[in-house]
Design a protein around this ligand. Structure first.
Ligand code: NIG
Ligand code: FE
Length: 430
C-alpha cells in the first residue's frame, strides 16, 4: 500500500525535524518517564486522538493534539511533514527474549511432537538444543550472520525495534564465542537496538551427561572469562529447569557472570517449579522468563523486586504448555513483560503482534496492558527502558506507523496479519 507522503526541501544544517501529522491515534505515551509498569499501572497508557509527533535527530522532540498551539507553530516551521492520516502511531515492540542466531530449523521435531513425543523426551535422545548445537558447530560465522540478519529484517518488518539475542546453541567454547561475535556484528550493523546474552548453560552436551558439574566448570572457568575479555555479553543466562541446570549450577554460573559485569536473566519454570525464580531474584536478575509453572510462593517472591517476570506466549502455544498466570500476577501487583522467545525448537516466530494478540486472547490482558507488556516492560527486561519502549520526549524515535486503523484495539484484535505499514528507527524510516 502506498502512503501519502509529501516532503518539503530541508534547509542545510538546520534544527528542522520530521513532523508526523494527522495521526488517528498516538498511543503508548508515557509522560512520567516510568521505566516499567506494575499491577494496575499496566492498564495506563497515554492516548491522543488526531495527534502530531515531532522528531528531531534520532529522538522524539514533542507530540500533542493537531488542534494545539504547538502543532500550529511546528506547521509554520519548515519541517519535513509526513501525513499519517488514518493510521495509528505507537512505540515499536521490544523483544526481550530471543535465540535468533541458529543454523537449522527443526520442523521434523515439530512432527515428532504432533505424534506425541514431549519436548523433554526429544531433548533426552539428543534432539532439541543439541540438534541445533550440532548444526551451529558446522556453520561458519558468516553463514550464521546472514541467516540471523534475514530473521532480524523479518521481525523488524513486523514491528520490533529493540531485541535481546542469546547465544546457547554453541555449547563449546569456540561455538559460543562464534555466536556472540555474530550478535556483536548484528549490533554494529543493524538499526535495531540489540543486547546480547551469554547462555552457555542452555543444554548439557552428551559427553557431560552424568557429570554436568564439569560442563558448569567449563562455562565458569573458560567461557565466561573469554566472553568478558571480548566484552561480548550484556547479560548472563541459565536454563534452570527440570532435566537441565540445577539451582546450584545456576548460582555458581550467575556469581561468575556477575563478577564480570554481566547482569542475570533466567530461563525458569518452563518444565517444572525449578527454584529458578527464587535464585533469579536472589542474584538481582533483570528478568525471569517462561514461568509456565509458577505458584503463589514465586509470585510473593517477585513482589517489590527489580526482577521483571517475563511470559513467553509463543513457547506455550507451540509446545501446548499450561499458560502462565499473567492475569493473576498483574492482579497481585506484579509487572509482566511478554516476549517472543524466537528460537527453532519452542517458538519459531518472532512476530510480536501475535504475542500481543495472545496476551489479550489467551492471557486476558486488555490491549493497553498487552501494549505495556510488549513495549515498556520488555524494554525494562533488556535494560533499555530509559531509551525506548514508550512515546516519551527524549527517547529514541522508534515508531510503528500502522496500516489504516482507528485505534490501538485493532492491533491485537486483527490477529495474524502484519499491520505495520512503516517503521521509523532512530528517527528515520527504514
Ligand atoms: O526458551 N527453554 C530453553 N530454551 C529455549 C528453547 C531452545 C530450543 O529448544 O532450541 C526456550 O524455549
Ligand atoms: Fe528461551
Amino acid at each position: 500500500m502506498q502512503m501519502r507522503v509529501f516532503s518539503l526541501p530541508l534547509p542545510q544544517n538546520s534544527q528542522k525535524g520530521m513532523l508526523i501529522v494527522n495521526i488517528n491515534e498516538l498511543v503508548g505515551i508515557e509522560e512520567q518517564g516510568r521505566l516499567l509498569k506494575r499491577g494496575s499501572e499496566m492498564a495506563e497508557t497515554g492516548r491522543i486522538k488526531n495527534a502530531f509527533l515531532l522528531i528531531k535527530g534520532r529522538k522524539i522532540a514533542d507530540y500533542g493534539s493537531m488542534d494545539s498551539e504547538a502543532c500550529r507553530k511546528y506547521l509554520a516551521e519548515n519541517h519535513r511533514v509526513f501525513d499519517a492520516q488514518g493510521r495509528v502511531v505507537m512505540p515499536t515492540f521490544c523483544d526481550s527474549h530471543t535465540h535468533l542466531v541458529y543454523a537449522n530449523s527443526r520442523e521434523m521435531e515439530f512432527v515428532d511432537k504432533i505424534r506425541g513425543l514431549s519436548y523433554e523426551e526429544i531433548a533426552k535422545r539428543g534432539g532439541g538444543i543439541l540438534n541445533s548445537a550440532k548444526a551451529t558447530a558446522a556453520a561458519s560465522e558468516d553463514e550464521l550472520y546472514d541467516m540471523a540478519w534475514q530473521r532480524l529484517e523479518e521481525v523488524m518488518r513486523m514491528g520490533t525495534g529493540a531485541i535481546e539475542i542469546k547465544s546457547g546453541y554453541g555449547l563449546t567454547t569456540d561455538s559460543e564465542l562464534k555466536l556472540l561475535r555474530v550478535i556483536r556484528r548484528l549490533k554494529e550493523n543493524s538499526p535495531l537496538l540489540i543486547k546480547s546474552n551469554f547462555l552457555g548453560a542452555h543444554g548439557i552436551p552428551m559427553e557431560y551427561r552424568g557429570h554436568q558439574e564439569d560442563y558448569v566448570d567449563l562455562v565458569i572457568n573458560e567461557m565466561i572469562p573469554l566472553v568478558a575479555s571480548e566484552d561480548l555479553a550484556d547479560f548472563i543466562d541459565v536454563f534452570c529447569d527440570q532435566g537441565f541446570f540445577t539451582v546450584e549450577d545456576t548460582e555458581r554460573i550467575l556469581m561468575a557472570g556477575i563478577k564480570y559485569g554481566m547482569r542475570p536473566k533466567i530461563h525458569a519454570n518452563e518444565m517444572a517449579i525449578s527454584g529458578g525464580v527464587q535464585v533469579g531474584v536472589k542474584y538481582g536478575a533483570i528478568s525471569v522468563d517462561h514461568l509456565e509453572q509458577i505458584g503463589d510462593e514465586e509470585i510473593e517472591c517477585l513482589k517489590d523486586t527489580e526482577t521483571m517476570p517475563t511470559v513467553l506466549p509463543g513457547c506455550a502455544f507451540f509446545l501446548n504448555l499450561p499458560l502462565s498466570p499473567a492475569r493473576k500476577m498483574i492482579d497481585s501487583g506484579l509487572p509482566v513483560a511478554m516476549a517472543s522467545d524466537f528460537n527453532p525448537g519452542t517458538s519459531p516466530s518472532g512476530n510480536m503482534q501475535l504475542i500481543m494478540s495472545m496476551a489479550c486472547i489467551r492471557y486476558r490482558l486488555t490491549p493497553e496492558e498487552a501494549l505495556n507488556a510488549t513495549t515498556l516492560n520488555t524494554a525494562y527486561a533488556m535494560g533499555v527502558s530509559d531509551e525506548v519502549g514508550s512515546i516519551t520526549k527524549g527517547k529514541l524515535a522508534n515508531l510503528i506507523v500502522t496500516e489504516p486503523m482507528t485505534q490501538l484495539e485493532f492491533m491485537p484484535y486483527y490477529y495474524g496479519a502484519n499491520k505495520v505499514a512503516k517503521m521509523i528507527l532512530n528517527g528515520k524510516f527504514v
